[in-house]
Design a protein around this ligand. Sequence first.
Ligand code: NAP
Length: 247
Amino acid sequence: MVDRLKDKVALITGGSRGQGAAEAELFAAEGARVVIADVLDADGAETAARIGDAASYHHLDVSNEDAWHALVAEIVEQHGKLDALVNNAGIYRNAPIVEMTRETYQEVVDINQIGVWLGMKAVGPQMIAQQSGSVVNISSTAGFRGGPGSIAYTASKFAVRGMTKVAAREWGRYNIRVNSIHPGPIDTMMLHQVPGFEADSDRFLRNTPLRRAADPSEVAYLALYLASDESSFSTGAEFIVDGGGLA
Ligand code: NAP
């Protein structure tokens, strides 16, 4: 480990488990102070305790605007700045178009899409004031193509790809970079909820050239690069980590 995030302060949503937890662990190992935010309180506290002093856990429902502003204010009060935000929290709900309910569609959009906007809205004033920052928005390969049963999820992930570009264009002048990550199949609880994966993972992965799901750490290394100064000339860009699926 070489302190690639030395002295940086990073906020990672959905960081209690899965990809967010892997990012929290890696960022802390690379010198960052990490704030984990999630609705899964027991797992979040456990993840922060495992990482140690460099990490803390805070309850945050990303669809709650007031809660976002309160958390960012607390972070700035405690650490004096906020260098990186990883908008990682997300949910997956599967239903064919004609069976999808409005409530479920709205739930997915509230968390996956509006949650990402609210995150950028909450950190924006601080990053503009400090004239620096990196926002990493976790979209999906579903931000590029549709899959059966994923009408709401796909809509939300296309939206994340688009909002990333708006933010990059608005905030470039303030030295704030905003990029999107597009994971393919990653071995977390979410993947196991996608119909077909549990039943026959080989069949599920037949269109993934590398023929496997990724370990969450394989996304975390990309998020690390984007959060760090190593990616200083990348903004508004799409970073794919999908085992070749979109190829
Ligand atoms: P995960 O293990 O399900 O982790 C997602 C985390 O987000 C969970 O702890 C979840 O808690 C939390 N969360 C859900 N709603 C929230 C809310 N309103 N506020 C704050 N936190 C909330 O899945 P993951 O694979 O690590 O997913 C991370 C990101 O990658 C998501 O944006 C997902 O869409 C994206 N992604 C995943 C895959 C994949 O194959 N796994 C592929 C492409 C993109 P609960 O358990 O309470 O929901």
